[in-house]
Design a protein around this ligand. Structure first.
Ligand code: CA
Length: 193
């Protein structure tokens, strides 16, 4: 058996050191990310980086605010924007007024919002204005519906109670967080008679 020459030994040693360094850097990053996430989610009470004035926010605006951890402040206090996905993944979100079934709506988690843990599931209302008492049930098991690596909450709402009308372009979900902040999410809809 030929012995590895000294040069080979040095190269192997350098490779070992580099690999070890890479592993340490990776672990550091992962730990830092985890602790950031825990700091923002730990208490079950939403934390915000800033606020905007209330108004008629579009679905896109609400999504952007939710992604950036920005709350909406109105006369009654702070409103938590949430990202929702009506009829999971499909587009357009066609809803037939004749449908006798239920509409699935996902509430997506972000770095600032743990939907399965932070949403008071009994508080949810959904439909034309967002005040309709349409909740049928929420799935017991969270699932990552958008592939973002965070588990999301999926709930189902009775179509016949939503008060949607032909011409509606937005569906509204309202509710409260377990920290008792009101929350709101919007997504596009296409209403079919
Ligand atoms: Ca997700």
């Amino acid at each position: 058996m030929p012995q590895p020459n000294p040069q080979t030994k040095i190269v192997v040693a350098i490779l070992c050191v580099l690999t070890l360094a890479a592993i340490l850097v990776y672990l550091n990053v992962v730990t830092a990310r985890r602790s950031n996430l825990n700091a923002s989610l730990g208490s079950g009470i939403s934390k915000f980086l800033g606020f905007v004035q209330p108004g008629s926010e579009t679905p896109e605006m609400l999504d952007l605010l939710a992604k950036r951890g920005i709350g909406i402040r109105d006369a009654t206090g702070v409103v938590q924007p949430v990202i929702i996905d009506i009829k999971l993944g499909g587009f357009p979100n066609s809803i037939s007024l004749k449908d006798q079934g239920k509409i699935p709506v996902a509430i997506l988690s972000t770095a600032f919002f743990d939907a399965p843990a932070n949403v008071d599931k009994t508080s949810l209302t959904f439909g034309h204005s967002g005040d309709e008492k349409t909740l049928a049930f929420c799935d017991l098991l969270p699932q990552d519906v958008n592939g973002g690596g965070l588990p999301d909450l999926v709930c189902h709402f009775t179509t016949q109670k939503t008060a949607f009308q032909v011409g509606d372009v937005v569906g509204v979900l309202k509710g409260t967080t377990v920290g008792l902040s009101p929350m709101i999410g919007k997504d596009s809809v296409r209403i079919v008679p």
